[in-house]
Design a protein around this ligand. Structure first.
Ligand code: ACO
Length: 329
C-alpha cells in the first residue's frame, strides 16, 4: 500500500519585491543577484503569520478535493518560522480551519521540511493512523531575515504550499521511495543562534542581531551542490531509473546554480526541471509544494508522471523522494 497526494494548493502574498527594491538601500545590483542566485523578485507578507498563508491554501486544497475541515484527521506543518515556539502552528491552523477532528504537530527541518514531513505523512497514511492528512510547508522568512545584510536579504521570500495525503488506489503510484539525511556537524554554517533554550532572548541577543538567520553562504553552497545532486542521483539508481523515466525534478529553490548542478548530475534537460526561484526566492519549506501546485495548475503534471523531489537545507538536512503522480488532470 502506498500514500499519495490527492490535492495540492498554494498561497503567495500579493506584495512583490523586485531586486530593484534592495538596490535602493543596499550595496547590491540586479545583475549580481540574478547571476549568483537566479532570483529576480520575491513576495513578503505585510500582515499576518505563517498560519495566515497556510489557511487560504488549505481551504483551496480541501475545496478542490471536496472535503470539509472536519474530514481532516491529522495536520503536519513543516516550518522554521512557526507562529510561536509553542503552541505548534499545526494547532493554530487546526483552530483557524475548524478542523475539529484533527491531531497534528510541527516538523523542523528547514529547507528539507516539506520532504521530511511528506515521508512522515505517507507512513501515517500507509499504517492507517491517518486517512485525510493535511500536509503544509510554509515559511515567513521575512520574519527572520536581516534586511541590512546583503548576503541574505535578497535570497528569501514568504509562501505556503498545502497538500492532502491519502491512501493510493494503485500501489504502483504515489510516494514510492525516499532517501533522507541529517548531519548536525553542518549546524554552525546556517542557523538562528538565539531565541531557543541554548540562548534565550535578551537585550544582548537582540542587539547582536542573533535572532536573524546566520549563514556562511559559501560553505552551505558547497555542501548543497554535492548533497542535493548526490541524493537525487542515488534515488534514480536505487530505482533503476534513467533520465527518460523522470518527468520532473522538483528541486528546493535556494539557488539556481545548485538546481542546475543537480539536474546535470541526473542527466536531465532543463525542460524537465521545475524552476520558479526567479519569482519567489527561497520560501524554505514552501518551495517544493508551491512548484508542484503551480505546475499542476497549468496542466504540466500528468497522471503517471514520475517526479523526483530533492532538497538541502539547514541542519544540514537533505534528501530526495520518488513519487508517481496519481491525480487526474
Ligand atoms: N550583492 C552584491 N554582492 C554580494 C551580495 C549581494 N546581494 N551578497 C554577497 N555579495 C558579495 C560578498 O560580500 C562577496 O564579496 P567579497 O568577495 O568582496 O567578499 C562576494 O559577493 C562573493 O560572496 P560569496 O558569498 O562568495 O558569493 P556566492 O557566489 O557564494 O553567493 C550565496 C552567495 C548566493 C548566498 C550562495 O553562497 C548560496 O546560494 N549559498 C547556499 C544557500 C543555501 O542553499 N541555503 C540553504 C537553504 S536556506 C535554509 O535552509 C533556511
Amino acid at each position: 500500500m502506498t500514500a499519495t497526494i490527492t490535492s495540492i494548493s498554494h498561497y503567495l502574498p500579493p506584495d512583490i519585491y523586485p531586486n530593484s527594491y534592495f538596490e535602493k538601500y543596499l550595496d547590491t545590483s540586479d545583475e549580481w543577484i540574478v547571476a549568483r542566485t537566479g532570483i529576480s523578485e520575491r513576495r513578503f507578507i505585510k500582515d499576518g503569520a505563517t498560519s495566515d498563508m497556510i489557511v487560504p491554501a488549505a481551504k483551496k486544497c480541501l475545496e478542490k478535493r471536496g472535503l470539509k475541515p472536519k474530514d481532516i484527521d491529522c495536520i503536519i506543518v513543516a516550518s522554521v518560522t512557526p507562529d510561536h515556539m509553542f503552541p505548534s502552528t499545526a494547532c493554530v491552523v487546526q483552530n483557524k480551519l475548524g478542523a475539529e477532528n484533527a491531531w497534528g504537530y510541527d516538523i523542523s527541518a528547514a529547507c528539507s521540511g516539506f520532504l521530511f514531513a511528506l515521508v512522515t505523512a505517507a507512513k501515517l497514511v500507509e499504517s492507517g493512523a491517518a486517512k485525510h492528512l493535511l500536509l503544509c510547508g510554509a515559511d515567513k522568512m521575512s520574519s527572520i531575515v536581516n534586511f541590512e545584510d546583503r548576503a541574505q536579504a535578497v535570497l528569501f521570500g514568504d509562501g505556503a504550499g498545502v497538500c492532502l495525503i491519502e491512501k493510493s488506489d494503485d500501489p504502483e503510484m504515489g510516494i514510492l521511495d525516499s532517501i533522507l539525511h541529517i548531519d548536525g556537524s553542518g549546524g554552525p554554517y546556517l542557523n538562528q543562534v538565539a531565541g531557543g533554550s541554548y540562548r534565550p532572548a535578551s537585550i544582548e541577543t537582540v542587539n547582536n542581531k542573533e535572532h536573524y538567520i546566520y549563514q556562511d553562504g559559501q560553505a552551505v553552497f558547497k555542501a548543497a551542490v554535492v548533497g542535493m545532486a548526490d541524493v537525487s542521483l542515488e534515488i534514480m539508481q536505487k530505482n533503476n531509473l534513467t533520465a527518460d523515466d523522470i518527468a520532473w525534478l522538483v528541486p528546493h529553490q535556494a539557488n539556481l546554480r545548485i538546481i542546475t548542478a543537480t539536474a546535470n548530475r541526473m542527466g536531465l534537460d532543463k525542460e524537465k526541471v521545475m524552476i520558479n526561484i526567479n519569482k519567489y526566492g527561497n520560501t524554505t519549506a514552501g518551495t517544493i509544494p508551491i512548484c508542484m501546485s503551480e505546475w499542476l495548475n497549468v496542466g504540466k503534471i500528468h497522471k503517471g508522471d514520475r517526479l523526483v523531489l530533492s532538497s538541502f537545507g539547514a541542519g544540514f538536512t537533505w534528501g530526495s523522494v520518488l513519487l508517481r503522480w496519481n491525480m487526474n488532470e
